[in-house]
Design a protein around this ligand. Structure first.
Ligand code: GLU
Length: 606
């Protein structure tokens, strides 16, 4: 039996392949070319130590609880709650409220998100859909002019792209169900920081600089990010009293204050009065609901990979990629890290990986959309028999000449046309394990960096409606992800909790537009398949094929690998990849936390 098959069998027979803490430590040296941005402000000595560990390529370690998020101040807010005996739900609310202030380009009250929660008492995974929703007046031609799709940024900037935000309702629903601390307490750190001011991080300052023309379109947004007409600079102390007021209303009266009151009225008038007016109404705001969905779970080796089903394509595509890779992976006679260092074998693996990505994205393009509007064959798409039949198509070690969506078992026999997605530098991910054994994985977003660029109440409104297909039909066939009134746009967000023997072993997710799917699948493969260090895996270079070019991350090997895969028939590209993996791993010896060195976040636990 080959080594991989042996490991696979051993995993099934003996349980965890989870690397013990020591092996994790040894594996956790990251390549010297990865540098960590230390400019994000941290004063707490414990968090500062975590930041230094991260820059040395090492994981954070803890015994009781752990939080990993995209900004140290958000980690601090969450950690303080966890230390006081708060639950993962409480810590998420505190951290998300802070992220809306310090990382406003990525997520906030004006955005939406998906939450995966492992309830330790019930021993079950739950998923909550807090995705933005199209106004009831929206139609399939929302982003068309004279029947032709608008340019992407023409659609993004202004009111047209704004869906009803879901984040405030999602925070509240999560707290109602799994919170232990008083709701209002969770907002204190963010309110204080908004009133006193927070130091602008290098990443935020850089993004404001790049986006200054679009941020200048709406006066309220411009006044905040471009005071006196110039971009805020790293280290500037930025106060946001309007955000403090919005949070105070939320803290006092719950999400009703947001969806049915002064905040709602302000949002609606900002959207309708924006440079490119949208159609969001107070009725739309009042009728927003968080939807509990069935988790979408798939099997990889001895693990159960659970995540967010439709309207996210995340869990289905991650599960397909891992499922389509498993047989080939199990036959490797060396660890993947070594395979990736041996050109011929590396190119075989990356050929398979590229073909698998194309197949998963072909299915995603055709079938994935809001399942309240179109039947989505989730079970059929993750069925091992279907995946085995698809995997057989990728047995040649060259780029498949043609990739088309498969024919999974349908619950309803309907056909849809395809629709592509994009990759963008915003969005955020929080992973938490609390001292009660609960695990929480939340990816939240305002979609594009700075969303629609419309700001109200101290926060940015999302442009999530541009995640719909701008076209409504292809060759006369309706596109599953076309705009429809009250529908939720398809997402790639992949908040994930991986279980083994029914217990969480890995909590992970990432921003990165439709590349999220590849980042998360890769991470699971490296950490759980390979036993690679959690921090090392977060730093590893990416290879993602979304059914367009095969993208390789800029780095020492990027060009060589792209060249080798071009020789296998792929159209390749070497590019920067803005992942933001935040993970917590549960090992028999304790918790390990990782934060992507490409962003400012850290992991911290006690
Ligand atoms: N709007 C994207 C989605 O829901 C996420 C955007 C991003 O990650 O930058 O899939």
């Amino acid at each position: 039996m080959k080594l991989r098959s042996f490991l696979f069998a051993a995993t099934l027979l003996c349980g965890p392949l989870v690397a013990p803490l020591q092996a994790q430590q040894a594996a956790d040296a990251i390549p010297p070319e990865m540098t960590t941005d230390l400019s994000a402000p941290v004063t707490d000595p414990g968090l500062r130590a975590s930041q230094l560990l991260k820059s040395a390529g090492r994981p954070a370690k803890a015994g009781q609880w752990m939080i990993s998020a995209a900004h140290p101040m958000a980690v601090q807010a969450g950690a303080d709650v966890l230390r006081e005996g708060g639950s993962a739900a409480d810590a998420m609310v505190a951290a998300q409220a802070m992220l809306g202030l310090v990382e406003p380009q990525s997520s906030g009250l004006g955005g939406g998100g998906f939450l995966v929660f492992y309830d330790a008492e019930l021993g079950e995974v739950f998923t909550l859909d807090g995705r933005e929703t199209a106004p009831l007046d929206a139609t399939p031609t929302l982003f068309q002019v004279d029947g032709a799709p608008m340019g992407f940024f023409d659609a993004v900037v202004g009111g047209l792209s704004v869906g009803v935000p879901g984040t405030p309702a999602l925070m509240e629903a999560t707290h109602e169900r799994w919170g232990r601390k008083p709701w209002a307490r969770l907002f204190t750190p963010a309110i204080r920081a908004a009133q006193d001011g927070f130091p602008v991080s290098a990443r935020l300052a850089a993004m404001v600089g790049v986006d200054r023309d679009r941020l200048a379109v709406h006066p309220v947004t411009a006044a905040y990010f471009l005071p006196l007409g110039e971009p805020v600079q790293a280290g500037d102390l930025l106060q946001n009293p309007a955000y403090a007021t919005s949070l105070e209303a939320l803290a006092e009266s719950g999400s009703a204050a947001f969806y049915d009151g002064q905040v709602a009225t302000a949002i609606v008038s900002a959207v309708q009065g924006a440079a490119q007016p949208g159609m969001l109404s107070e009725w739309d705001m009042r009728n927003y609901t968080v939807k509990e969905r069935d988790p979408a779970c798939s099997v990889f080796l001895s693990f159960e990979v659970c995540g967010m089903g439709p309207p996210s394509s995340g869990a289905v595509a991650v599960g397909q990629i891992l499922g389509l890779t498993e047989a080939f992976y199990a036959e490797l006679d060396q660890p993947l890290a070594e395979v990736l260092r041996t050109p011929g074998k590396r190119d075989d693996f990356l050929t398979l990986w590229g073909n698998v990505g194309r197949m998963a994205f072909a299915d995603r393009g055709r079938y994935l959309a809001d399942s309240d509007y179109v039947p989505v064959p989730v079970r059929g798409l993750l069925d091992p028999a279907y995946l085995a039949q698809r995997a057989a198509l990728a047995s040649d070690m060259s780029a498949m000449a043609e990739v088309v969506p498969g024919q999974p078992q349908f619950d309803h026999a309907l056909n849809w046309a395809d629709h592509e997605g994009r990759a963008l530098p915003s969005t955020t991910h929080i992973s938490i394990v609390d001292s009660y054994g609960n695990a929480l994985s939340l990816t939240s977003s305002v979609e594009n960096a700075f969303g629609s660029r419309v700001m109200v109440g101290g926060f940015l409104l999302n442009n999530q409606l541009t995640d719909f297909s701008f076209r409504s039909h292809r060759d006369g066939v309706p596109i599953a992800n076309r705009v429809e009134p009250g529908k939720r746009p398809r997402s790639s967000m992949s908040p994930t909790i991986v279980l083994q023997d029914g217990k969480p072993v890995l909590v992970v997710g990432s921003p990165g537009g439709s590349r999220i799917i590849g980042y998360v699948a890769e991470y699971i493969l490296r950490v759980l398949g390979e036993g690679q260090g959690v921090q090392q895996a977060a730093a590893a270079p990416h290879a993602v094929n979304r059914f367009g070019t095969y993208d390789f991350e800029v780095g020492p090997q990027g060009d060589t690998i792209a060249q080798a895969l071009a020789e296998r028939g792929f159209e390749t590209r070497v590019t920067g990849m803005n992942s933001g993996l935040h993970a917590v791993m549960v090992t028999p010896e304790g918790l390990l936390g990782a934060a992507d060195p490409r962003r400012e976040g850290i992991a911290y636990g006690e």
